[in-house]
Design a protein around this ligand. Structure first.
Ligand SMILES: NC(=O)c1ccc[n+]([C@@H]2O[C@H](COP(=O)([O-])OP(=O)(O)OC[C@H]3O[C@@H](n4cnc5c(N)ncnc54)[C@H](O)[C@@H]3O)[C@@H](O)[C@H]2O)c1
Ligand SMILES: O=CCc1c[nH]cn1
Length: 485
């Protein structure tokens, strides 16, 4: 079996596809069937050297272009991404197993939004003038140099663009290493950027496992590392980057709370809980997997949730009617099934789901546990699959303390009709991305990122510019300079 739209080689370096079969083979598995659809090869040390040398050499010329010129290329790439939405969505579906119903509206689209947004912003990046009597200071906003992006497997196109677009807009070059589980889509992003006029060497893609990522992170010629991945990987990558005093962005995992008060619109709250637990088969970093439901409405909430989940169309991800697909890999399926067994062993009440589906592919249906308590493993650890934990509460202060009682701090949500309470709760959340009467919206205009163990820095929005550029100040004296001797 082969995916109809797959790239022609494993890597993209200095403006061209390149293959080196000396690198260890990495099989790309279609999660809906378990079949191999492609084989890529991990980057060899020679290819890593070629990519770093090329990206370093390309950076000064790219930075010397005006922001308008750089932005025009990024915006052209955004247009091509949109024109090829179908082809890219098919590839993303084969890479991840996510239903085409989702990928055709959420993935290339989100990548194009980032290229368009940062392309538009490139010409506006300026320093400032600070008058000091007759002297003055001006600042220059300068690129960092060579940035490395390292991706997770849940949003391959989005992650490549959320990192690449602001990096390139600011005048940096980038080497992007996709997850070894979903290596295909980032290559298409590189291909499209070059079709849009990107000079060779400015955006490169190298395949490989953690050791290729580690080789990039530790290279002294790399100035910044942006990782999307788990907290354990984040700790390693952050520590390695610190040895070289490199800039970092860490977009890591979460175990986010979603609080549903007794005055909430139940239908909307159920929608939020579904979007925050079962979109992308639960493989979204910001998911609100600890759903605190006020005791007074808990059974009504669970009844409506069960009814709505029974209408999920689980099946062939390429069928446009399918709304729920498989887990990304057999490994991830096993991890999630282990957590489900822990939930059962801890005597949480299994409301629906709870076992692998009897069909080919890595399918676990939407799974809901009720009567979950704060100390249960399924309420404390990130599962990264379609498993919702429903916990009871009665008092606002109590539920806020419980919601924040976690090492993570990526996202949080609240459903209530009381707007004063909604804003009070949002202010009290220890989380980077909060939602009121909604869940998991991630527009490019809004900062995205976590606090506590969930990360460092922000992607998207004007905030991302701070993480891909640095400010130089220049003091200008207008008169004579006195000295003590
Ligand atoms: N905060 C966010 O924006 C965000 C978005 C998506 C996913 N995630 C998180 O990602 C995780 C799931 O993705 P995953 O399983 O691919 O994560 P992971 O941490 O296993 O791997 C992430 C990436 O890091 C690379 N890597 C592993 N070890 C490395 C090392 N020592 N040095 C450099 N690179 C290394 C991997 O090859 C992969 O490309 C979840 O925890 C999820 O919450 C976070
Ligand atoms: O997976 C994390 C990033 C994200 C959140 N919503 C869409 N993408």
């Amino acid at each position: 079996m082969t995916c109809p739209t797959q790239p022609t080689a494993s890597h993209f370096i200095n403006g061209a596809y390149i293959e080196d079969t000396a690198g260890a083979p990495i099989e790309v598995i279609y999660p809906a069937t378990g079949e191999t659809i492609a084989t890529v090869h991990a980057a060899t040390p020679a290819l890593i050297e070629q990519a770093i040398a090329g990206a370093r050499a390309a950076q000064p010329t790219w930075a010397a272009m005006t922001g308008t010129e750089r932005g025009r290329i990024l915006r052209r790439a955004a247009d091509i991404l949109r024109e090829r939405n179908h082809e890219l969505s098919v590839l993303e579906t084969y890479d991840t197993g996510k239903p085409y119903q989702e990928t055709s509206v959420a993935d290339a689209t989100s990548g194009a939004d980032a290229l368009e947004y940062f392309g538009g912003m490139a010409a506006t990046l300026t320093g400032e003038h600070i008058q000091l009597g007759e002297d003055w200071v001006y600042t220059r906003r300068e690129p960092l140099g060579l940035c490395v992006g390292i991706g997770a497997w849940n949003y391959p196109i989005q992650i490549a663009c959320w990192k690449g677009a602001p990096a390139l807009a600011c005048g940096n070059t980038m080497i992007f290493k996709p997850s070894e589980t979903t290596p295909l889509c980032a290559l298409k992003v590189a291909e499209i950027l070059h079709e849009a006029g990107l000079p060779a060497g400015v955006f490169n893609v190298l395949q490989g496992l953690g050791e290729v990522g580690a080789a990039l992170v530790t290279d002294p010629r790399v100035d910044k590392v942006s990782l999307t991945g788990s907290v354990p990987t984040g700790r390693k990558v952050y520590a390695a980057a610190a040895q070289g005093m490199k800039h970092v962005t860490m977009e890591l995992g979460g175990k986010s709370p979603l609080i549903i008060f007794d005055d909430a619109d139940i239908e909307n709250a159920v929608s939020g809980a579904i979007l925050g637990n079962f979109y992308s088969s639960g493989q979204v970093c910001s998911n609100g997997t600890r759903v605190f439901v006020h005791k007074a409405i808990k059974e009504a909430f669970l009844d409506r949730l069960g009814a709505r989940l029974s209408s999920a169309v689980i099946g062939d991800p390429m069928d446009p009617n399918t709304s729920f697909g498989p887990m990304v890999s057999e490994r991830q399926m096993t991890i999630v099934l282990d957590y489900i067994e822990k939930g059962k062993a801890e005597c949480a009440r299994l409301v629906c789901g709870g076992a692998r589906l009897d069909r080919e592919g890595f399918y676990i249906p939407p799974t809901v546990f009720a009567d979950v308590t704060d100390d249960m493993v399924i309420a404390r650890e990130e599962i990264f699959g379609p498993v919702m934990a429903v916990l009871d509460f009665e008092d606002e202060a109590d539920v806020m303390a419980r919601a924040n009682d976690t090492e993570f701090g990526l996202a949080a949500g609240v459903f209530t009709r009381d707007l004063a309470r909604a804003h009070r709760v949002a202010a009290g959340f220890e989380a980077g991305a909060c939602f009121i009467n909604s869940y998991n919206d991630a527009p490019v205009e809004a900062p995205f990122g976590g606090v506590k163990a969930s990360g460092v820095g922000r992607e998207n929005s004007k905030a991302a510019v701070e993480h891909y550029s640095q400010v130089k100040s220049v003091y200008v004296r207008m008169g004579d300079l006195e000295a003590p001797f």
